[in-house]
Design a protein around this ligand. Sequence first.
Ligand SMILES: Cc1ncc(C[n+]2csc(CCOP(=O)(O)OP(=O)(O)O)c2C)c(N)n1
Ligand code: SF4
Ligand SMILES: [Mg+2]
Length: 269
Amino acid sequence: MENLILSTKNTWCPGCGNFGIQNAFKEVLPEVGKERVVLVTGIGCHGKMADYINVSSFYALHGRTIPVATGIKSANNDLQVICCAGDGDVYNEGISHLLHAAKRNSNITVIVHDNHVFSLTVKQPTSTSPEGFTGSSTPEGHPERPLNPVDLMLSVKASFVARSFVGKQGHLKEVIKEGIEHKGFSFIEVLQPCVAWYNTFPEYAKRVYEMKEIPSSFKEAREKAQEWDYSNEADIPLGVFYKEQKEVLEDKLEKTTEVDIGAILEKSK
Ligand SMILES: Cc1ncc(C[n+]2csc(CCOP(=O)(O)OP(=O)(O)O)c2C)c(N)n1
Ligand code: SF4
Ligand SMILES: [Mg+2]
């Protein structure tokens, strides 16, 4: 098998949860055909994935992973566009892009490395940090409630919504593969502990469980998503919460573009 890991010096901390996502990619990319894949990353520890995986890639600005990805996809609908974004990246800076891309059903895959912390900039709270989180900018404890991104994505009817955990490698690989193969907007929240600033590995290893099947209705999916609200001590469901087939943005754009360009050319004669 072709070597998918580049020889670039890896600067992730030993034991970082990002290695689990990299390992899953190593297995999934040959199966989905890496020639058509473009990886778009944000800025942060997660973003270094672009340096370490041997695939066409683009470092976007912090918070702008998704507009770059949707731009690439609408310019060339044959490509398989995958985002590796951080929680700070898409749940803070770039949250409006996340909501709109999901609402529009852009045919891209968004994998969020959710470590509940701005890691690269040394421990500030993000939208998914728990209340009371003591970071470098919140020494007295974070005063806000966390966001529940899985429930948020359901509320805008993202067409594929899933959660996995880097400590469950087989599960992670299957969910990423299913998300990439899904035609439509795929949102995959990956619980990715940051061993340096917020090591949730031991806690999550005890609390995660795999759902036996996809919830049978949208209502049930939202109930499942609300079991763990990122602040309570409930067990944490993993798996696909919701999946639906509907027309994707880029196919609609292709049709529109054909009609409009033809009409414009005709007029200009
Ligand atoms: C527009 C902009 N704002 C802020 C920064 C500074 N910055 C760089 S990385 C980073 C933290 C990234 O956190 P997250 O997206 O959660 O990624 P992680 O490091 O946790 O993987 C920040 C705030 C930046 N580079 N650009
Ligand atoms: S700071 Fe955290 S997220 Fe960044 S490389 Fe180290 S363990 Fe990983
Ligand atoms: Mg983060």
